[in-house]
Write a protein that binds this ligand. Sequence first.
Ligand code: SF4
Length: 727
Amino acid sequence: MALSEEVKQQIQQAYRDVLAGKSIRARYGQRLMIAEIAKYMGSIDDNDGQRTSPPATCVVEAGTGTGKTLAYLIAAIPVARALGKTLVISTATVALQDQIVLKDLPDLRKHSKLDFNWTLAKGRGRYLCMSRLESRLHDEGHGDSDTMPLFLLDNPQDGDAADKATFERMLASYGSREWDGDRDHWPEQIPDETWRQVTTDHRQCTNRHCAYFDSCAFFDARKELEDADVVVANHDLVLADLALGGGAILPEPENALFIFDEAHHLPDKALNHFAASVPLNATRQWLKQLSQALVKMQPWVPGGSQAAKAIEKISTSGRDLDHELTRVYEEVEQNTGWEFNEERRSAQWRYPEGELPEALAALAADTRIVTAGLVRQLGVLVDELQTAFDERKDPELDRDTAESWFPVIGSFHSRAEEQLRLWAAWCEGVSAPTEDEKAEEGASPKRYGPAPARWAVRQRWDHAEDITLYSSPVLADNLLYSRLWSRAYGAVLTSATLTALGRFDRLRARAGLPEASRYMVVPSSFRYAEMATVEVPFMAAMPTDDGFGDALIKRLPELWAGEKATLVLFTSRRQMQQVRDALAPEYPELILTQDDMARNEVLRQHCSRVDEGRPSVLFGVASFAEGIDLPGKYLHHVVITRLPFSVPDDPIEASLAEWVTQRGGNPFMEITVPDASVKLVQAVGRLLRTEQDTGRVTILDRRIVARRYGQLLLDSLPPFRRIIDYS
Ligand code: SF4
């Protein structure tokens, strides 16, 4: 659709109105970004609302200070409305989601003449399920008292009196409409184990058959979503929806224009969503629970009915599966080259190239067949229970039994399905592109990916031991391409760090972006060379030397002396704690460690010390290197103790490195260094949050000047003034 004059006018007018309304001046980068997104959206061809042009995305790297949220909202809202598509904005963090919903969207509507509404989308698990709440509060009914212990099995700490009191308050508050059933709107923090008892998932929900359907918190929120012009979601929710086929929670991708903010997280999040695991002993325990549940259910099921037959078959499959799991456990336990890490009390074994030993592959194939049978039979039972909700069908089961047992069997069914995903992934060969995929116009030519990573972890506790089997795709490219990019009407990806070493190659490969995608780096408005320095001082030890920890302990106090607000970033918790333990007694009331208390509280205490004119030094690891925002006086010095190379024993990274090596590449230069550069840029990005900020970054890892790749990493940083000791 070429952008109509009217839509162009709306975008331009909205920008002028917001600038005037907020008394701010236009930013060059922001204007570029608005134009780029509008141009991209205008380049999508369609026929009657169906995209006809090849899949394409618009990738915009825009640093701090660009005002990128306003840019994409102003560009995309008028276009989405003109097209009749829903604008889905997806973030990686709750903080950004809140900022968009509570500040950016209200601001835009207030200051522009754009007419739009929005809502925040959350997964079903964030909402109260009245049906479960009722069962937790009232043990009455012939099935409920029997099913109750099952819920408690999900919750080993058991639902005590405190939980019951909370549930009663929830009922009163929801009933009087003071509370909308959204976990995040409850006045106190609800512990996960408490909340789990009163929420549900798609397998346990009886949907229209539920007695509470008309007043259901989740379905009320869904209705709101259907009417919204803008839906604010997060990457996990978008991926969960895609895993359910797309359109289950959010609008169908074909009817959505997506904006992925913090898009650099999307490939890793996608890997998590399509990974699978099965703890062998824990699954055997779970089978016992299943068997107990069936015994308790049996008296409520008429003999000879379909449900009774399904119960019989589930019991048999459960026994068979228990037998298979025992065999798999013995095989993996005895024929794996375990090397225990005594500190973690665990050992990990990755199967090179995802290749399973023959005996294990045969066992996995058997287990897959048995698990598939269990899933099928549980599905039959779920269907039978569902039929009981439909009076027109003359069901064999009575409605009360169905209401009591549907959530329980539904929960077993979804757990069995999760297990089947692992066994299916363990039996799968390397996926080659299908004929359809090959024929797909605009499809990325890179369709042959690495084999899935497969690994096992053996964990010891005082009186128990378990082996968990894992599988994960190594690249999310095909998954994202086939489920998202090839279906979406359009998608924009943005973040402050999308390039690695100055190129988009890493993102393109990991996210499987379509060939026709367009890329842009928005120039920053910061005068970096005047605002900050990057310093690499002399250090007596390299990070790989034994004495590095001691060298840090000696050096850090010199570095924070005279500074009001310093952030020291570590790559390992252990080293952070070692340095803290050595220095904290000497510097009381100075160091705050990320682990000392909840993150917001750590940041609050840091800021209040600075407000009181006292110096404060924050110690943090990876999550502080990316997710914190300390503008102005709250951060003046960032110390990077070590270059952020990824952990060498990560099985997914190791599988990727193996694949790159097989193809004749150099995994260190192709994966490790670009990954480190992204993390380093994120860490350095903590320093300057506004155009008025100033400060310095000190890098204590001398490899940045002593190794060949160091120059690449230095050059990927913003152009701060450099002060480097080359001695
Ligand atoms: S409709 Fe589903 S989520 Fe809503 S109350 Fe009923 S069972 Fe729970």
